[in-house]
Design a protein around this ligand. Sequence first.
Ligand SMILES: [Cu+2]
Length: 172
Amino acid sequence: MLTVLSISVILSGCIKNIHQAELHHGQTSNMIHIHNQWVRAVPPVSHISAAYMSIINHGSMEDQLLAVQTSAAEVVEIHNVKKENDMMSMSPVKFVDVSAGGSQELKPGGYHVMLIKLVKPLKVGDEVELTLHFKNAGMVKVTAPVMGSMPKGEMKHDTKEYESLDHAGSHD
Ligand SMILES: [Cu+2]
């Protein structure tokens, strides 16, 4: 009896969590949750932008973000920013690891999704549909708002660090 009761408590707990996640984030995978996704607004002359997000892996297996698709850009690449000899440079990566039960930040100055050859200018208030392809979790679709800067309240680190990385990470 006790066992049945605790199972039902666990189950209802899970269902509640899934509902909350859907309401707030709209992701489709049970194991991979995407939070705080956003795309950088760019001036109309710019044909390049970037998408950022937090990837949370609730699964017991390590996963990898392999590719991203969107109709907003002709070319999409996953990049990382590295600092070498005081110079910030970015280069494409084949995948981004997300450890089992862990998370990975795609943020200015680090991993980011490069949107190249934008189909139309991205202005604040627009929305971009992104389809993320994970090795284990498969496809995860998210809608990312276009914003001028990183969402407020999500900065867990030193603001100065973000600002300097931010400038170095712009692609114009
Ligand atoms: Cu880049």
